[in-house]
Design a protein around this ligand. Structure first.
Ligand code: FES
Length: 149
């Protein structure tokens, strides 16, 4: 069935097309300008966690903490030492979660998997989870960026 009148006039359609094109052009100019004005994200050098919050951890247990605005995980090893990972996938930077039942880290974005040592074991992640150094200083657990090798 043909409508007697069109819902869109040719003029409205062309105006919409022109507005979309101009909007895209403005965005492509403004985005680099804003990026140069707003400083890029700088991750913290260290995060201090209250040791009392992690006292009862069992060997093999993994708990999350905030690495500034990113998720991170603290794992108690069998020898009592602690290991920390940044919870950001090495594929395309999605956040990962720890699945305690599977003892693995999981990235839901593209079905990426890491073992409980942070090693990439399945899916597209090209590298292990980034490690952080952990030190117990007094009553605090101090997590720091691992210095580049
Ligand atoms: S971002 Fe994690 S698998 Fe792609």
């Amino acid at each position: 069935m043909k409508l007697k009148t069109s819902l869109f006039s040719r003029r409205k359609f062309l105006n919409g097309l022109l507005a979309g094109g101009l909007g895209s052009l403005a965005a492509s100019v403004l985005f680099p300008l804003l990026r140069s004005v707003i400083p890029p994200y700088k991750e913290p050098d260290e995060v201090r966690l209250p040791g009392a919050d992690y006292d009862g951890m069992e060997p093999g247990e993994v708990r999350s903490f905030a690495w500034d605005i990113k998720p991170a995980f603290l794992k108690k090893n069998g020898d009592g030492s602690l290991t920390a990972f940044v919870g950001v996938c090495t594929h395309l930077d999605c956040n990962v979660t720890y699945l305690a039942a599977e003892k693995k880290f999981f990235c839901a974005c593209h079905d990426g998997w890491y073992d409980d040592e942070g090693r990439n074991v399945a899916g597209p992640p090209p590298a292990p989870l980034r490690r952080l150094t952990v030190a117990v200083e007094g009553t605090e657990i101090v997590v720091r960026k691992e210095s580049p090798a």
